[in-house]
Design a protein around this ligand. Structure first.
Ligand code: SME
Length: 156
């Protein structure tokens, strides 16, 4: 199955599963689970949440353990949170500020979870053991999923 089809099916499942849900942890855990098991090139999938100004803390994830805290001035996740835009890293060895949680990671994508005012509430981080695993399809689909999040848990 190609990547576009894997996303189509995963996004369909996620939309159905999160229908009516407004709890942030329930939403994030379900999204991470469906993406991680639905996409062949995902080897670590998880959210980091903004818990205080300039600080990201690990949220629901699948894969080996991730770092617990990432300040906004560190790592690809920090850059995503700082700039409020998607970061695509085709080769993590070429990026000095990349934080290596696993030695097997070769490429990475990080997508911001934004509210209507453009404030960052979390980031969705996906790592792959394959070089250049992520492209515009990943960015578009993961941004779509992240856009489903904030209106739900902010409506509580
Ligand atoms: N690679 C990330 C750190 C998080 S782990 O990959 C799970 C970064 O550079 O921010």
């Amino acid at each position: 199955m190609d990547k576009a089809r894997q996303y189509e099916l995963a996004l369909q499942r996620i939309r159905a599963l999160i229908e009516g849900e407004t709890d942030a942890v329930a939403l994030m855990a379900t999204i991470v689970c469906e993406l991680h098991h639905g996409l062949d090139h995902f080897d670590w999938t998880g959210f980091y949440r903004v818990v205080s100004p300039g600080v990201l803390k690990i949220g629901p994830y699948q894969g080996g353990h991730g770092c617990l805290t990432i300040p906004f001035d560190k790592g690809v996740c920090g850059k995503c949170a700082r700039e409020a835009r998607t970061q695509l890293v085709p080769d993590v060895t070429q990026l000095l500020y990349h934080i290596a949680c696993s030695g097997s990671t070769r490429s990475e994508i990080v997508v911001p979870v934004l509210d209507a005012a453009g404030r960052v509430h979390a980031v969705l981080d996906v790592d792959s053991d394959t070089l250049e695993a992520f492209d515009d399809t990943d960015a578009r689909c993961l941004e779509t999923v992240c856009q489903w999040l904030t209106p739900r848990f902010l409506s509580r």
